[in-house]
Design a protein around this ligand. Sequence first.
Ligand code: ADP
Ligand code: MG
Ligand code: ZN
Length: 618
Amino acid sequence: MNLKNKKNTKKTLKNKKNNSNTTGIGVLFAVALILALLIPHLKDAQKYVDTEIALNTLELNFQEGKYSEILIDWNKAVATLISATGATQEERNIVILPAGDSLKDLGLKNPEIQTNIVVKDNSSKQFWSGMLPTIILFILFLWVGFLLISKMSGMTNNAMTFWKSRAKLYDKDKDKVLFKDVAGAEEEKEELAEVVQFLKNPKKFKDIGAKIPRGTLLVGPPGTGKTMLARAVAGESNVPFLSISGSEFVEMFVGVGASRVRDLFTNAKKMAPAIIFIDEIDAIGKKRWPGTGWWHDEREQTLNQILTEMDGFDNDTNIIVMGATNRADVLDKALLRPGRFDRKITVNLPNLSDREQILQIHAKNKKIQKLDYKALASKTVWFSGADLGNLINEAAIISARHNETTISEVRVTEAFERIVMGMRKKSQVMNDEEKKITAYHEVGHALVGKLLPNTDPVHKVSIVSRWGALGVTWFLPERDKLLVSKAKYLDELSTLFGGRAAEEVFFGKENITTWASNDIERATEIARSMVTRYGMFEDIGTENFEGEMDHYSGQAQRPYVSDDTIKQIDKKVKDILKAAYNIAIQLIKDNKDLHIKISEDLLAKEEISEEEFSAYFA
Ligand code: ADP
Ligand code: MG
Ligand code: ZN
């Protein structure tokens, strides 16, 4: 994988260089042309003094024999006055007729007058030489504009590839990714193994009359290895892998996306069997909104082209289209119909053992001293594969910055905290009053959480500002939990109110602050969900009161709920919150001395670790 990256950057660098060379030559050429066109005019300006006169003045002057030469050129006459001897500049009179009129048969004939009269009949040539600078400028503008556009769209090769798809083609051998490179994800791999079979031996499926699947959609949160898995399918089946991102289809010109799709599929057909991978397919495959605008049209055209191409596959087209998105819910139903992306594979966040394996894969080529991968894996709940890779890399960067030759566990912890809590911002100053309130507030969360049975352990309490937050109390789940019990939710509500309750107990009802707003928001959300979605209260009933989300309006569509029920729900939510708050107040009042002690320690130390916190309760 590193290999592939290196190769790609090299390639683009080279292209860039070529490109800027041609640009340089082009610019030189243009400047030379403009100069060449201008210089004769500059010379003229030095040599002659020109005055524009009326036609009859010219005739009069001619009759008086003032001119040595008259050059008649379609609608322009240039008459050179007989100059005084020794003059460095010649004086000329110029007559210009409105375009369309011609001076060609001007009746300037007088045998007594020695004027050299030249009638040039090169009107058409004149036209071109007159237009030439304009035409050149026009072409120049077009060319510069095109260069700019292609630069913006990241195109590096030549102008004509603009309309072509810019799909990346991975080298079958060098950039190979195999299933074994993707840690965990066993179920996903199992499902994808079928696709590999199709690509490897399509005949087996055709002989028995099976229809070859067209499209496979990988759905999951960002960084869970969707791209990796798609590439691994290509690697395992040893077929070319054409990859493009949905956003790359949608350019600023209508029609470009569709033409790129055509090109992409044409290329793939030439290489078949092959995999076309469309990353971020939601960028083009969004539900069709009743909106308007060029962007909308462009997206729709691109999407239609993809659908058309996929419909055009026959059973001998050995191309599998794979798409990845983290939002399958926004995809147009047309994309998900049979014969299109009819297979959906959910790629989940890694579980505990997956995380351990992913960490190990990423640690492989890094100089890590000794690391308890299991412990780190259990700390990194909700981390995606990409986050885990990032964590190891961040640790390596921190170590290098400290001029260390290996990565120690301390650095890994540092990287972990940095990623989760944001960078330490010691510079942000709080006044003492704010600091004190923050400390008591945070200890409120920690204390209530610790005293209630169904909560996660406290990992750290801190009043070091990070990411603009004045302080945090950080609870860490011991293991992945997908289900939350009613008891846990209730304890969590009290824990959330621990902060505000502490403010009230120690600083008085009038001095509570805005610091609790996030806590209140979260608590309200939980309490409401408990009542309206999880059916956790018998008196309200096990019924969904929220309804489906409507994707057009972005609002929940309420099912038919009577006013009475709505009132009941509102009252229930209020009661739950009130009860939870009272529990928090009671616990803090009962443990006032301990609360003060921990808060004062926190003020002095700014951070209290898991062990230090547990020690207070030993
Ligand atoms: P997605 O396409 O789902 O956003 P990617 O496939 O681009 O995720 O993964 C991003 C990076 O995260 C990969 O390059 C890899 O380093 C790491 N990664 C993600 N999942 C895994 C995994 N299961 N095993 C190993 N590395 C992983
Ligand atoms: Mg990806
Ligand atoms: Zn709080």
